[in-house]
Design a protein around this ligand. Structure first.
Ligand code: FAD
Length: 382
């Protein structure tokens, strides 16, 4: 068997690459290999599905701006509802240094065309009266282009791309003459390939190692909790990021929450046990202190997923390996890969079809920085 493009991983990133290849007019053969088509443990399915403009790096702002436009167009493009709740993200700072960071980020974001407003404590209290704001020094609110959407709807749309889909596991890569020449599968098949795309999510490092390549991407566990609230706050709410790192947003009549755990080790591939203690010890105290409405609440559901965490700079690694030139990375999204899927899919399709990026230059996210150890740091990682 052979294919012009072999994509390892058929969730949001792999499917976005396949879809944009066809959009770019690619008429070669595309094979997507997915070991679990139910996506039960894929980050894509376990995600909080948020999209924001509030990043500290202008390239990430541009990537998400394209993502927002793409999500807004889902209905016209595919006849699929996006489920986009454009309620914004609300970042809170409670120190002078934290306020300075929000101001610096705001300057970058505004320069990159994002629609974000800084709110002083009185303006914040007037806008969100249920919030406790006595300790707050500054807030940043996305006025448009931020919110949350239907993750599986976006995946469903991308999966309409014309491609061969194999329910199989990539177990080996044969590299010769600086190229991936074939892909070995658990079923025993081998596929000769023109280009290989690593879209394996948290398994990115394991797949890269099959080609003798190292990438500093680890599995980090994130537990999400869905809760009911005895007296919910009035009016529409944004996704709020408390200075403690706890975030919360509405999910229908309930609320979804999580945090960046202070103790954040790499975890084993099979470890999806939710960390219940995070709710009791970190999340609930922070929420109750921020709003009286969150004092009485009941956890309804919880699950853990894995971030593909780039330990160099918490940013994606996109594009070709410098020596194995037909090995393309789309890895290390560190918790913001769902919203980046449209721009990354488009970029890699352009690279494959035209030999370079056309719409948005993602070269700064390339593997070279891994080789030189030069971080492209993203401060706004939730
Ligand atoms: C709890 C949580 C909350 C998140 N919240 C957000 C958010 O609000 N906004 C946002 O933008 N992002 C968020 N993310 C991150 C986002 O979900 C991911 O960055 C994104 O889904 C990555 O997509 P992916 O296709 O690279 O990886 P995945 O969705 O993990 O897909 C990788 C696929 O590769 C397959 N695979 C792996 N190895 C092999 C192999 N050897 N052979 C064949 N198939 C293989 C897997 O089965 C899997 O289906 C969150 C992540 C988590 C865990």
């Amino acid at each position: 068997m052979k294919a012009d493009v072999v994509i390892c991983g058929g969730a949001i990133i792999g499917s976005a690459v396949a879809w944009f290849l066809r959009e770019a007019g690619f008429d070669g053969t595309v094979t997507v290999i997915e070991r679990d088509p139910t996506f039960a443990q894929a980050s894509t399915a376990l995600s909080a599905s948020g999209i924001r403009q509030q990043f500290s790096d202008p390239l990430n702002v541009a990537i998400s701006r394209f993502g927002v436009d793409f999500i807004r167009g889902m209905s016209d493009r595919w006849g699929l509802e996006s489920g986009f709740h454009e309620n914004g993200y609300l970042y809170l700072a409670n120190t002078g240094a934290g306020a300075d960071v929000l101001r610096a980020n705001h300057a970058v974001q505004s320069g990159a065309g994002a629609d974000v407003e800084l709110l002083d404590p009185p303006a914040l209290a007037a806008r969100f009266p249920h919030l406790e704001t006595a300790d707050i020094t500054l807030a940043a609110l996305g006025l448009s282009g931020e919110g949350w959407f239907d993750n599986m709807g976006l995946l469903q749309g991308f999966r309409r791309a014309g491609a061969t889909r194999l329910h199989d596991t990539v177990t080996g890569l044969r590299v010769a003459g600086g190229r991936v020449v074939s892909v070995q599968l658990a079923s025993g098949q081998s596929i000769a390939c023109g280009v290989f795309v690593n879209a394996a999510g948290p398994a990115a490092a394991a797949v890269a190692r099959m080609a003798g390549i190292d990438i500093p991407v680890e599995r980090r566990k994130r537990t999400n909790f869905l809760f009911d609230c005895a007296t919910p706050p009035d009016g529409p709410l944004p996704l709020m990021i408390d200075p403690t790192g706890v975030w919360v947003r509405p999910e229908g009549r309930q609320f979804l929450t999580g945090c960046t755990p202070p103790d954040d080790p790499a975890v084993a591939a099979e470890d999806f046990d939710p960390r219940h203690s995070e709710f009791e010890e970190i999340i609930w105290p922070a929420l109750a202190a921020r709003s009286k409405n969150f004092e009485a609440l009941k956890v309804m559901r919880f699950w853990a997923g894995h971030y593909a965490y780039n330990t160099l700079d918490r940013n994606a690694v996109i594009g070709p390996h410098p020596e194995v030139g037909n090995f393309l990375f789309a890895n290390g999204f560190s918790g913001h890969g769902l919203q980046q899927a449209p721009a990354v899919g488009r970029a890699l399709a352009e690279w494959i079809v035209f030999g370079g990026y056309r719409s948005l230059d993602l070269a700064p996210l390339g593997y070279d920085r891994i080789v030189t150890g030069t971080p492209l740091t993203e401060r706004c990682v939730i």
